[in-house]
Design a protein around this ligand. Structure first.
Ligand SMILES: [Zn+2]
Ligand SMILES: [Zn+2]
Length: 176
């Protein structure tokens, strides 16, 4: 499959030569081309990436945040809803000729001043996804018997369930 529509890159030519310096990057990119990699979610907003890059002299230490909004399906009621992503992350970027053995394994190693971040950002979005999307902590889900959405309507089957707090009352002798 051919993606490659989105290439997020930033230029570190200045900051990597500016020891003890700080640089900020702020980008908004359309990631909808990657929906196929995220299984069942759609992007309903651009991906907003903010990065603060500090040059320590040994590497670039990055503090970043990634925000976007997805449309997902609730795992309980099966209705689509909007899900906010806000993922903070830290990263270390090191220029290849200066990389130590350890950095080669843990850091993002770059070879030229243009750093390509698409994969890095996608990884963070995947990390921010829940195991299961739930539209609200109050979601009632579907009736296991007839399948209606209990957030929107009730059904005869759900009325059979007696709230345990009222079970004692149900046994109360009736005056007929
Ligand atoms: Zn739901
Ligand atoms: Zn039902």
């Amino acid at each position: 499959m051919c993606i490659g529509v989105v290439i997020v890159h930033i230029n570190v030519a200045q900051i990597r030569r500016d020891e003890n310096g700080t640089a900020h990057f702020d980008l908004k990119e359309d990631f909808s081309a990657f929906e196929s990699e995220l299984e069942g979610v759609d992007f309903v907003a651009p991906v907003h990436v903010q990065l603060q890059v500090n040059n320590t002299g040994k590497s670039l230490i990055v503090n970043g945040s990634i925000e976007t909004e997805l449309k997902a399906q609730c795992g309980l009621c099966l209705e689509p809803f909007h899900y906010q992503i806000h993922q903070d992350y830290e990263d270390e970027w090191v220029f290849a000729p200066q990389a130590t053995k350890e950095q080669l394994e843990t850091a993002l190693v770059f070879h030229k001043d243009e750093i390509e971040l698409t994969e890095r950002i996608l990884e963070q979005i995947v990390l921010a996804l829940p195991m299961r999307f739930i539209c609200s902590s109050e979601c009632q889900g579907l009736c296991p018997v007839c399948g209606v959405n209990l957030n929107a309507t009730s059904c005869a089957c759900s009325q059979d369930k007696v709230d345990p707090r009222f079970a004692a009352l149900a046994n109360w002798p009736r005056e007929d």
